[in-house]
Design a protein around this ligand. Structure first.
Ligand SMILES: Cc1ncc(C[n+]2csc(CCOP(=O)(O)OP(=O)(O)O)c2C)c(N)n1
Ligand SMILES: [Mg+2]
Length: 660
């Protein structure tokens, strides 16, 4: 057998596993695996550094299938190369409930799935984040421990999505030479030819952002290998645009959108078997061929063993392992307690964006794995501390990334950094522009990974910039994302507690919503306990049996306390409950929840945002003091009264309700 014939046989194993799985499920996308099988075969057999028996080996090359609809390509590779949890039965259960082989690759379902993909373009930015993480860790731990490539396979759709531009420009700027991206240039997307909507020369495009780029024949193994070889020796990221035929081998449907989103059908499958000379029944890979693929899965064993010897010999071993396991250092708890004690004594009146920075100053001094950043709002988001020197293309020993005005790319790159391991990323923008991050935030929550989104300027309290910048619906929208925790601290003490909680939660992502305007310290009595962990807690009790309970978050806790003072002065016992996190409150037991909501006949909630979600605390007949519309441009002193969000309004509404 010639080496070309051998290559074809190996690639056909991917093709037919994919064809058969999609056929059995009668659902899925055979076209991409058929078209990209040659690229994947060359990459996996000749270049990729990986060890299926040690899938979490930290210095493995990363492979991201950004075009997640082609999931069977990845599942086939994982089965063929011998990942133990990817059995042939899993391949046969493609797209069935509870299988590892979900419709799109889902992080955590099987080892070897480096990230969840499907929403097009995300994988490109995840790959950029992984490549950044590799450089950051390399700067810290050296070539001996961290020195690997990140490969991304994307489709036309990924490259059409806006996020791709953000990610490509960032990668080009940072000169991520170990990032290599394949473009499955098949000229087809769902509606038909790509030319219906796009005529971009993708190679010229990435070159404009400082990449290398090359057009090759994506079915020519030697051309693919040569391009990868060149890319690996480059000091820039590389796009290898591989001209392929979608559904390669299908007699009537190849090269058309008919192979994109549905099974080929029995007749076409039979024709493909004939055309590619594949005589085996569905799901059968002949022993000699499977052996050959399994041998590919063993190719990096020596490299891994050598790496392990280097790790064992390294004086950085325990620190490296701590970081890769995502464990925090033990001193954080105590440091936060001491810091809170000082705050409660000093009672600073600062914006919570500032108190977030103050908390970070403590945290970043203890945790070397935090990597800060902002989408060009560093001075506004207060994300930079004394420890975080900036990262530059020439020097990755810093800890701060200027992501540029690229919120979506930043959020998805942060996902990639966490997925890589060894790093806890946090990055900032204005809360209003969390909308620009939302698809990536959603994926961070779906994957259950620790990424911290720092969202400042969290209400009309930002003032003059006006309604384009004043979030009103974003808090509710973020709280609606499952497994994403929104924190809205009321003061510096709560900000420290919320940061601690976000860092101590390795299985969810978090948003910190922070004010632009100054707020007083409301937690003037020190408690070692992290009260924000309760989600909501009584901050100020009523003088006797409460007639009114006022719930509030963030900057509006001050207003709630003002309302309470007025009511108490009039002899109406009122209590205030601070609500830094809806989600954490839901995790408390029913007894605590009932006691915290209390039995006061009048319940009021104050938040300078829409009501959505607050009925949980105040009931449908409760009083909500907040926003019903977009905000307005003006001074903060004018805006709060203009929208009726004041202590007077709280007290009056409660009094009126008591009077009936
Ligand atoms: C953000 C997003 N929008 C739309 C889709 C639906 N979708 C899945 S694949 C696809 C077309 C992708 O075309 P291409 O990347 O060229 O893939 P090919 O058909 O060549 O495999 C679309 C629109 C999606 N998965 N994600
Ligand atoms: Mg395409």
């Amino acid at each position: 057998m010639t080496s070309r014939e051998n290559h074809d046989r190996m690639a056909n194993a991917i093709r037919f596993l994919s064809i058969d799985a999609v056929e059995k499920a009668n659902s899925g996308h055979p076209g991409l695996p058929m078209g990209a099988a040659d690229i994947a075969t060359v990459l996996f057999t000749r270049f990729l550094k990986f060890d299926p028996k040690n899938p979490h080996w930290p210095d493995r090359d990363r492979f991201v299938l950004s075009a997640g609809h082609g999931s069977m390509l990845l599942y086939s590779l994982l089965y063929l190369t011998g990942y133990e949890d990817m059995t042939i039965d899993e391949i046969k259960k493609f797209r069935q409930l509870g299988s590892r082989t979900a419709g799109h690759p889902e992080y955590g379902h099987a080892s070897g799935i480096e990230t969840t993909t499907g929403p097009l373009g995300q994988g490109i930015a995840n790959g950029v984040g992984m490549a950044i993480a590799e450089r950051l860790l390399n700067a810290h731990f050296g070539d001996d421990l961290v020195d690997h490539y990140t490969y991304v396979l994307c489709g036309d759709g990924c490259l059409m999505e806006g996020i791709s531009q953000e990610a490509i420009a960032l990668a080009g700027h940072l000169k991520l030479g170990k990032l290599i991206m394949f473009h499955d240039d098949n000229h087809i997307s769902i509606d038909g030819p790509v030319s219906l909507a796009d005529n971009t020369d993708q190679v010229a495009r990435v070159k404009a952002s400082g990449w290398n780029g090359v057009h090759i024949d994506g079915h020519d193994p030697e051309a693919i290998a040569a391009a990868i070889e060149t890319a690996r020796n480059s000091d820039r990221p590389t796009l290898i645009s591989c001209r392929t035929t979608i559904g390669f081998g299908a007699p009537t449907k190849a090269g058309t959108n008919k192979v994109h989103g549905s099974a080929l059908g029995a007749e076409e499958v039979a024709g493909t078997r004939r055309a590619l000379g594949w005589d085996y029944p569905p799901f059968v890979i002949p022993d000699d061929l499977l052996d050959e693929w399994r041998a590919v899965g063993k190719q990096s064993v020596e490299k891994r063993e050598a790496w392990e010897r280097r790790l064992t010999a390294s004086d950085k071993k325990s620190e490296f392992e701590r970081r890769m396991h995502g464990q925090l250092v033990s001193g954080l708890d105590q440091a936060i307690v001491e810091y809170k004690k000082k705050l409660s004594a000093d009672k600073p009146k600062v914006a919570t964006r500032k108190s977030s920075e103050m908390a970070l100053e403590v945290i970043n001094g203890i945790l070397p794995e935090t990597i800060g950043g902002s989408a060009d709002l560093t001075g506004s988001n207060n994300t930079k501390t004394s420890q975080t020197r900036e990262v530059t293309p020439e020097d990755f020993s810093g800890r701060y990334i200027h992501y540029g005005i690229r919120e979506h790319g930043m959020a998805a790159a942060m996902n990639g950094m966490t997925l890589h391991g060894g790093i806890i990323p946090y990055g900032g923008t204005f809360l209003c522009f969390s909308d620009y991050c939302r698809p990536a935030i959603r994926l961070s929550a779906l994957m259950g990974i620790r990424v911290v989104f720092v969202m400042t300027h969290d209400s009309i309290g930002l003032g003059e910039d006006g309604p384009t910048h004043q979030p009103v619906e974003q808090l509710a929208a973020l709280r609606a994302i499952p497994n994403h925790i929104v924190y809205r601290p009321a003061d510096a003490v709560e900000a420290a507690e919320c940061w601690q909680l976000a860092l101590e939660s390795p299985r969810n992502s978090s948003t910190l919503a922070l004010t632009r305007q100054n707020v007083p310290t409301v937690r003037t009595e020190h408690s070692d306990r992290n009260l924000c962990a309760l989600g909501a807690y009584e901050l100020a009790p009523a003088s006797s049996e409460a007639k009114v309970t006022i719930f509030a978050s963030g900057s509006e806790v001050e207003i709630a306390l003002g309302g309470r003072a007025q009511l108490e002065a009039k002899g109406i016992p009122a209590r205030v409950v601070s609500v830094p996190s809806f989600e954490l409150f839901e995790r408390q037991d029913a007894g605590y929840q009932e006691a915290t909501i209390g039995k006061a006949p009048v319940r009021v909630a104050v938040e300078a945002a829409i009501r959505e979600g607050w009925d949980r605390f105040i009931g449908q007949h409760g009083i909500f003091i907040g926003m019903k519309s977009f905000g307005a441009s003006g001074k903060i002193e004018d805006l709060y009264p203009h929208f009726g969000i004041t202590a007077d309004a709280v007290a009056k509404a409660a009094e009126d309700a008591i009077k009936g």
